[in-house]
Design a protein around this ligand. Structure first.
Ligand code: G3I
Length: 455
């Protein structure tokens, strides 16, 4: 499916001469949306020796979400699908459906998978957390879980977050089912077992608030040092990087470097940068600078091998539900248009991009649900610093798609050429506003996203 990247050209809006009689303005718009002709992040990363990844939700890997996930990223992390509570909700009854789906998608798109996560205090099944276990029983449960899950995906996982979030903020061990039942050596036990189950997978300890040099990251540093001295298998540390706007730690690169000097790889595993809603151009510009700074810190250290965002679109982020009033934390907006943050990553990876100009109206095409013979499409026309009193959007299908029905626009298709114009009631797109229309269409073979022209 990598070949689809050439056909996955983003939506652009062409120069548009508005009627002087109606809006009295010359609207020039050339907004490359999701990817335009820009080099995909995964290719930019590869040129720098970095694998660029995203967390994903398996059920969403179709349509535009799937296109972006498959085209832009070289690594996928299941956001929830590989957690113990997801894979073994009832003791002895396994549900691998979403995890299998993500691994299969990754293989089809020539992507790595980061396995997340084997040993954690959260998102465990009720039967496990509510049970009353002896240390021996707990140790057996832990080891069997690792054998089962790592063994199932043996050879298909590039790296496992074996242990997730073992520390408190002050650097002491977090009180968890595992620490309380087995002592700190549950970490060594888990790593050793994971190595035996899949010798090729890189084994990580992953935590948050360990991005800068601080008490917690120093505890992680000391743990890794001692594990290495003891000969316990440990290949890398994951810095989650759930950050707050304007608060990239000044010691990020120094911290990455000290782990590299210890002889382990480093991954940015869950990057997002949240802001107080609503977003505005000032906050988005700061967010771009922050994303760029984190990317640059990884680029600067050879052993920073993977740079993963925790969801690539604001429509698929944990932030809003966890921090009320906060959000817009990812590089793409909820309509799959790249935000300034996207260009921050791209620029730090050496990409040259053309961000959308200010004062323009743009049209963005996306595929919603898709089934074996048909799909529902959506086009959103948005204006910022400009406005429209009527509009026409056109595109050419590259794979035989055929529109069967449209709503909120009048669409005609002649051969591969489609032209849609506003209905009587939605020609006006005000400055700062948007208008959408939808359609049903048939497809077979492939369903690449066409380049759309507004004008
Ligand atoms: O699947 C159920 C759904 O059936 C139900 O209707 C719904 C109602 O709340 O819940 C759904 O499950 C939610 C699940 O995400 C899937 O969306 C859980 O409630 C929710 O708690 C869970 O949140 C996840 C969170 O980990 C749990 O701590 C986030 O999606 C996930 O992004 C987040 O990821 C963690 C990393 O694993 C570790 N580092 C921090 C990071 C952010 O918290």
């Amino acid at each position: 499916m990598r070949s689809s990247s050439s056909s996955f050209r983003a939506r652009i809006a062409a120069a548009l001469l508005a009627s002087a009689a109606t809006v009295g303005a010359l609207l020039t718009a050339a907004a490359p949306a999701a990817h335009a002709a820009d080099t995909p992040l995964r290719d930019l990363g590869a040129a720098k020796g970095k694998v660029i990844g995203t967390a994903v939700t398996g059920s969403k890997l179709t349509g535009t979400y799937g296109d972006i996930a498959g085209t832009q990223f070289g690594s996928l992390t299941p956001g929830n699908a590989m957690k113990w509570g997801s894979v073994e909700p009832t003791q002895g009854t396994f549900n691998w459906a979403e995890a299998d789906q993500i691994v299969a998608f990754a293989q089809a798109h020539n992507q790595q998978v980061r396995g997340h996560t084997l040993v954690w205090h959260s998102q465990n099944p009720g039967w496990l957390t509510n049970g009353s276990w002896t240390s021996a029983q707990l140790s057996t449960l832990l080891q069997n879980h690792i054998d089962t899950e790592v063994g199932r995906y043996k050879g298909r996982i590039a790296a496992w977050d074996v242990v997730n979030e073992p520390f408190n903020e002050d650097g002491t061990y977090r009180s968890t089912l595992w620490y309380n039942g087995l002592g700190a050596d549950y970490i060594a036990t888990a790593l050793t077992r994971a190595r035996a189950a899949d010798p090729a997978a890189k084994l990580y300890i992953n935590d948050y608030n360990v991005e800068g040099v601080n008490a917690k990251s120093t505890a992680l540093y000391n743990l890794v040092k001692s594990l290495k001295e003891r000969g316990v298998p440990i290949d890398g540390v994951g810095l989650q990087a759930h950050l707050i706007l304007g608060q990239v730690p000044s010691t990020l690169q120094q911290n990455i470097q000290r782990f590299a000097d210890l002889g382990v790889d480093v991954a940015i595993t869950e990057l997002d940068i949240r802001m107080t809603l609503p977003s505005d151009s000032t906050k988005l510009a700061q967010q771009k600078a922050d994303y760029k700074a984190v990317t640059a810190a990884c680029v600067a250290v050879a052993r920073c091998v993977n740079f993963t965002v925790w969801g690539f679109t604001d429509s698929d982020s944990w932030v809003e539900s966890t921090f009320p009033g906060q959000g817009a934390a990812t590089p793409y907006d909820a309509n799959y248009a790249p935000k300034p943050a996207y260009y921050g990553i791209s620029e730090a990876l050496g990409g040259t991009t053309t961000p959308p100009p200010t004062g323009a109206c743009t049209a963005a095409y996306s595929v919603g649900s898709q089934w074996n013979t048909g799909f529902t499409g959506n086009v959103t026309i948005s204006c910022s610093g400009a406005s429209l009193s009527s509009w026409r959007v056109s595109w050419t299908y590259g794979a035989g798609q055929q529109i069967t029905q449209a709503w909120n626009a009048t669409c005609t298709q002649s051969g591969a050429a489609v032209s849609c114009q506003n209905a009587s009631y939605n020609g006006t797109v005000p400055d700062g506003g948007s208008v959408s229309f939808g359609f049903n269409a048939s497809w077979s073979g492939s369903n690449p996203v066409p380049t759309v022209t507004l004008g």
